[in-house]
Design a protein around this ligand. Structure first.
Ligand code: PMP
Length: 441
């Protein structure tokens, strides 16, 4: 494979854009940050003409693949009628109603553009409802890049216990004052959670968590852990926020809440909601969202509810919620084939763990039988994982940089067969290169 054009475009972009990419995470792609020409269905094509089976799905949103013809048609139709109005239009209510159909626990929806913004609204609603400040989040979970919640994400040391030391800050330029308002706990640790609630439960405004830790090794909740969060937040009058930016409309139509059978008070959606267009939402009960109605809580945004993203969401949800399309059945079946196929590859002596659910999982290099939290995760072999991602790319498999895979409604049985053949070759290469790496240090 050649990457000359990507390389040239990257060098050129760096003259104008720091790192030459537009989200810091993309700067680390090897052998070079790819420049894409176009996408189609389950495939991605770069400017050098390389073709990839796409399991990164633009960091998750492309639940129906690239350029689903019905989404393209809906967006195109709307483009001729206007791209943004700064006023209301019919699609907003229609999309909200469709969302609420699959969320029996919610009654109202607010729209923003990105997951980060919607998280900000959810935290504000929780603080307004409780009159408290403290937010509990979990180690290494990601809820967007705003200062107030970018805490305890990929920090230097795993936690022994609840902590909000300066090590929890993630970037220079972040105000240390956020540490006063956020407490970072280890995930899946029932005892620490119970102790912290006993100590400071009456100060907690919200607990925010992904229903499964998609951003960290696709860790599933330990039995009873989400129920414990539900019980403790209810008992202490705190708000339980599910960050369903990844899990929403992916694990099931009703997201992680439906999949794991635990209802939050508020949930945040983005990514899959509009099938590849920038739209996010917060859903919750009428009383929790009432302060917006009364003007006590403010929620702004020039592009909120813009009709392009709404047209995409309306059609995406129409397809996802149509039983005759059976998108979830298909994704689950294909995802299982892929997941199990990867799990049973001849492992070339490499300890390999595939963890998560069929439509969102990670490949990890470790002897451990399961990763339950950040402490387990830091014991995994990151170097091998990077080699795996890089070598898989050379075989035409495109996954997230942390070896995370998303399955879409556009993937086919043939894609899975081809992927498993390529994955087997990749593993052989990783085994030999990892050996080489060890020998040379
Ligand atoms: N929450 C979660 C769980 C996420 O994975 C992300 C993005 N990866 C965000 C929030 C932030 O979303 P956005 O990038 O749209 O701001």
């Amino acid at each position: 494979m050649k990457f000359e054009k990507s390389r040239r475009l990257h060098e050129s972009a760096r003259r104008f854009i720091p790192t030459g990419v537009t989200s810091c995470m993309r700067a680390f792609q090897e052998p070079v940050p790819l420049f894409i020409d176009h996408g189609a269905g389950s495939r991605l094509f770069d400017v050098d003409g390389n073709e990839y089976i796409d399991y990164a799905l633009a960091h998750g949103p492309l639940i129906l693949g690239h350029c689903h013809p019905r989404i393209v048609a809906a967006v195109e139709k709307q483009l001729h009628r206007g791209s943004t109005f700064g006023c209301q239009h019919e699609l907003e209510g229609r999309v909200a109603a469709k969302m609420l159909q699959v969320m029996p626990w919610a009654e109202r929806v607010l729209f923003s553009n990105t997951g980060t913004e919607a998280v900000q609204v959810a935290l504000r609603l929780a603080r307004a409802a409780t009159g408290r400040n403290l937010v509990i989040k979990f180690e290494a979970d990601y809820h967007g890049w705003i200062d107030s919640i970018l805490v305890g994400y990929r920090h230097k040391e795993p936690l022994r216990a609840a902590s909000n030391s300066s090590q929890m800050l993630v970037t220079q330029g972040q105000s240390p004052s956020v540490l006063r308002d956020v407490l970072v706990l280890p995930w899946n640790d029932h005892e620490t959670l119970e102790r912290i609630f006993r100590e400071v439960g009456d100060q907690v405004a919200a607990v925010i968590t992904e229903p499964m830790q998609c951003n960290l090794a696709s860790i599933l909740p330990a039995p009873g852990f989400l129920a414990l969060l539900r019980e403790h937040t209810a008992q202490y009058g705190a708000v339980l926020i599910f960050d369903e930016v990844i899990t929403g409309f992916r694990l099931a139509a009703g997201g992680g809440a439906q999949y794991f059978g635990v209802s939050p008070d508020l949930a945040v959606f983005a990514k899959a909601l509009a099938g590849g267009y920038p739209l996010s939402a917060v859903a919750g009960s009428e009383p929790l969202l009432r302060p917006v109605e009364t003007g006590q809580v403010l929620h702004f945004g020039t592009f909120n509810g813009n009709p392009i993203a709404m047209a995409a969401a309306d059609t995406t949800l129409e397809i996802l919620l149509d039983p005759s399309e059976d998108v979830y059945g298909r994704m689950d079946r294909l995802g299982r084939r892929l997941f199990q196929g990867l799990q049973t590859l001849p492992n070339q002596g490499l300890p390999i763990l595939v963890q998560g659910v069929p439509t969102c999982f990670h490949i990890l290099f470790t002897e451990q039988r399961a990763i339950a939290n950040y402490s387990d995760f830091v014991a995994c072999d990151i170097t091998r994982a990077r080699l795996w991602v890089e070598n898989a790319l050379l075989e035409g498999i495109f996954q997230m940089g942390d070896a995370r895979w998303y399955v879409s409604g556009a993937h086919t049985d043939e894609d899975i067969t081809t992927t498993l053949e390529r994955a087997e070759r990749t593993l052989t290469r990783v085994a030999s290169r990892a050996e080489l790496f060890q020998k040379t240090g």
